[in-house]
Design a protein around this ligand. Structure first.
Ligand SMILES: Cc1cc2nc3c(=O)[nH]c(=O)nc-3n(C[C@H](O)[C@H](O)[C@H](O)COP(=O)(O)OP(=O)(O)OC[C@H]3O[C@@H](n4cnc5c(N)ncnc54)[C@H](O)[C@@H]3O)c2cc1C
Length: 361
């Protein structure tokens, strides 16, 4: 289960290594660890809700506490030191777009502030409850998390926006695809959150940042819906998706989000993954100092000193097979992939491509 006052699973506890403790001791002295502020105290001092009751809104104090913060350092200090003072008056967990629209109408009728909540991993304070006399409703998209459509020929998947990273990749991987978007908050952050925060991940250099992957969607506002259809590249007029990207929930609630347009990719083949893993571990574990003779031969014939991997030598199975001139230099130490061989995208990491997922291709 997710830790209530910090990052990660509460069953995993990592000790600081002795050397790090010693270094801290040298830098700031002995110091004294303070006990964490207890959860029960937060629950006890939770203020009365200012919201009218509604069948889809929960007033559970633990839920209100969980939706009162993100995961920044000030958030953690507020939680662990008991300094967090403002909480949403209620938390709604809608499961359909119609419920979200209905809740927005309820908020308008009750003059309430609405804070959309994806995975709660914001580090810039956008989930913070404002100081206001108006009631505050946290609109959690946690249960709005299904894959509703997948068009494998145009490589366009439509997900509900509350889907979190692991669920999204599981859905795509089990059909032989990947989005390849891995911010370091991947486990808990959501598709909608990625779009409205313009997030990027550790493999975005290859797969593209979220603004390149986001094809369109629907944004619900108190005044109705704004549809952003997944057009192909267009020369007509401004791109309205840009007003949503980076909006941090200010433009409305992103609901159905096709994330990847024509850009979600087939999973790498097991052979390509194995080849890249073998090559990359050789590259990193056995850096050889080159002799003057080797240096000369590299500078005059750089492509010949790199031999093709077994995967790159496989016979062509598709028309996309490149010419033999390019296959001889298919492995690049910088990208650790069979990039110019046409054998597929750069592998994710060896660990994330599990055999049973790759076999499904
Ligand atoms: C340990 C850690 C590592 C991180 N690593 C990265 C990283 O590598 N790259 C990166 O870019 N960021 C990173 N972040 C920041 C954060 O994870 C991202 O900004 C992420 O995209 C937020 O997604 P979320 O679903 O958690 O959104 P939330 O935190 O729930 O919300 C963020 C903002 O989006 C709004 N919002 C959420 N869902 C919707 C929706 N469906 N419609 C409208 N508005 C919505 C919220 O109101 C809020 O303003 C990291 C954070 C942590 C704690």
């Amino acid at each position: 289960m997710q830790r209530w006052n910090g990052w990660g699973d509460e069953n995993i506890y990592l000790e600081l290594p002795t050397r790090a403790l010693r270094m801290l001791h040298d830098l700031i002295g002995k110091g004294q660890g303070r006990p964490d502020y207890p959860l029960e105290q937060f629950i006890k001092r939770m203020p009365e809700s200012r919201l009218n009751s509604h069948p889809w809104i929960s007033f559970d104090p633990k839920l209100r506490l969980d939706h009162a913060h993100g995961q920044s350092l000030p958030d953690w200090i507020g939680l662990r030191g008991g300094k967090l003072r403002r909480f949403p008056d209620g938390v709604a967990l809608p499961t359909t777009a119609a419920e979200i629209q209905e809740l927005l109408k309820f908020a308008i009728d009750n003059n309430a502030v609405v804070i959309p909540y994806g995975g709660g991993t914001s580090v810039v304070g956008h989930l913070e409850v404002p100081e206001t006399r108006r009631p505050v409703l946290s609109l959690s998209l946690e249960r709005f998390n299904r894959l509703t459509d997948l068009d494998s020929s145009s490589r366009l998947a439509t997900f509900e926006s509350g889907i979190r990273g692991p669920q999204l990749e599981y859905q795509l991987n089990s059909r032989g695809f990947t989005l390849g978007h891995y911010p370091q908050s991947f486990e808990y952050s959501s598709l909608g959150g990625w779009v409205v925060t313009r997030s990027s991940g550790q493999q975005s250099r290859h797969y593209g940042r979220i603004e390149q992957l986001f094809a369109g969607g629907e944004v619900l506002t108190p005044r109705g819906a704004l549809k952003l259809p997944p057009f192909p590249a267009s020369a007509a007029g401004p791109d309205l998706r840009q007003i949503l990207l980076g909006s941090e929930g200010k433009m409305g609630v992103l609901t159905n989000a096709p994330p990847a347009g024509p850009r979600f990719l087939p999973l790498p083949t097991p052979a390509a993954t194995r080849a890249a893993a073998t090559r990359s571990s050789r590259w990193w574990t056995a850096p050889r100092r080159s002799s003057p003779a080797r240096r000369t031969s590299r500078s005059t014939a750089p492509t010949r000193s790199i031999r093709p991997t077994p995967a790159c030598r496989r016979p062509a199975t598709t028309a996309a097979r490149p010419s033999s001139a390019t296959t001889t230099r298919c492995w690049s130490p910088r990208t650790a992939s069979c990039r110019s061989s046409g054998l597929g995208p750069r592998p994710m990491t060896v660990a994330t491509v599990r055999p049973q997922q790759a076999r499904l291709r």
